[in-house]
Design a protein around this ligand. Structure first.
Ligand code: C2E
Ligand code: MG
Ligand code: MG
Ligand code: MG
Length: 278
């Protein structure tokens, strides 16, 4: 009986493993056509400046609407896109689309707007990145100050020398840089000061727990102090409640992003939000 149970367990794990491999193969095969079949689109989540109370910009987030798989979340396909290298073409499309859309809204008089685009590790170390960012800016006519690229700690710390050089090259274009999900990766404080970064984004896991866990609140306050001491602005992600917003404002956080203010919005809904602003 124990033997049989053991065998069942092995079988269970094998089946789960096969299911994962099959899922990955399916995602990979379908992702290859996603761009050409126009299944990818961007949604935009506003960022709110806590000092002025003004919507200052937004983060562009990728969505994949597949005819049979439905809405595939980035958690399910960004990793596959990275591993297969598909992220390079997809990332280029994201960059161009976000820049063009932002410029279109600016032309409509909907505000200065700074748009943030997530970069993947592959793109960050790609030789062609600088040329591609410049092309996206030139072709759209977007002012470089209105573009913000989000990097993660692991991207920066994997090869510090290379990453510092890449960051300086990007900064020379006149764009802004953010460190995303700050506090969840590995950051060497000694290296952090070498990066020409404009914004630190406190990861949403800290925001979620900070009002229940005094130690997490202490981490949030420390990140605010650290960021400000290094000359960065600090943004909090995943703000879902008014008490969270109040706490962050009281602690001197510069900007927030989260469901409390707005979920990520389709372009039409985002434009509508901009138009109804005072
Ligand atoms: P991220 O860059 O940290 O983006 C923030 C994520 O938090 C988004 O998830 C957003 O929808 C979600 N979020 C925002 N406010 C709240 C909130 O109040 N509560 C909660 N629970 N969640 C909130 P999303 O859109 O599923 O994206 C997940 C991750 O996928 C992103 O994390 C980013 O790492 C990656 N990603 C998304 N779009 C792109 C892209 O165009 N390129 C690359 N390379 N990665 C992307
Ligand atoms: Mg991000
Ligand atoms: Mg994040
Ligand atoms: Mg994240």
């Amino acid at each position: 009986r124990a033997k049989e149970a053991g065998r069942n367990q092995v079988q269970f794990y094998e089946e789960a493993m096969h299911a994962r491999i099959a899922e990955r193969a399916l995602i990979e095969a379908e992702l290859r056509h996603a761009l050409a079949r126009e299944q990818l689109h961007l949604v935009y989540q506003p960022k709110l400046d806590l000092h002025s109370g003004v919507l200052t910009g937004m983060e562009a987030l990728l969505r994949w609407q597949h005819p049979t798989l439905g809405m595939v979340s980035p958690a399910r396909f960004i990793g596959v896109a990275e591993e297969t290298g598909l992220i390079v073409a997809i990332g280029r499309w994201v960059l161009r689309t976000a820049c063009a859309q932002t410029k279109a809204w600016q032309r409509e008089g909907l505000g200065p707007l700074r748009v943030a685009v997530n970069l993947s590790a592959r793109q960050f170390t790609d030789q062609a990145l600088i040329a591609e960012v410049r092309a996206a800016l030139d072709d759209s006519g977007l002012d470089p100050h209105c573009l913000d690229l989000e990097l993660t700690e692991s991207m920066m710390m994997h090869n510090v020398e290379l990453a510092v050089a890449a960051s300086h090259n990007l900064k020379q274009l006149g764009i802004a840089l953010s460190i995303d999900d700050f506090g969840t990766g590995y950051s060497s404080l000694a290296y952090l000061k070498q990066f020409p970064v404009d914004y630190l984004k406190i990861d949403q896991s800290f925001v979620r727990e900070m009002l229940d866990e005094p130690k997490v609140a202490a981490i949030v306050r420390s990140v605010l102090t650290l960021g400000h001491s290094l000359g960065f602005k600090v943004v909090a992600e995943g703000v879902e409640t008014e008490p969270q917003l109040d706490y962050l404002r009281q602690q001197g956080c510069d900007e927030i992003q989260g469901y409390y203010f707005s979920r990520p919005l389709a372009p039409d809904a985002f434009a509508a939000l901009l138009r109804q602003r005072p």
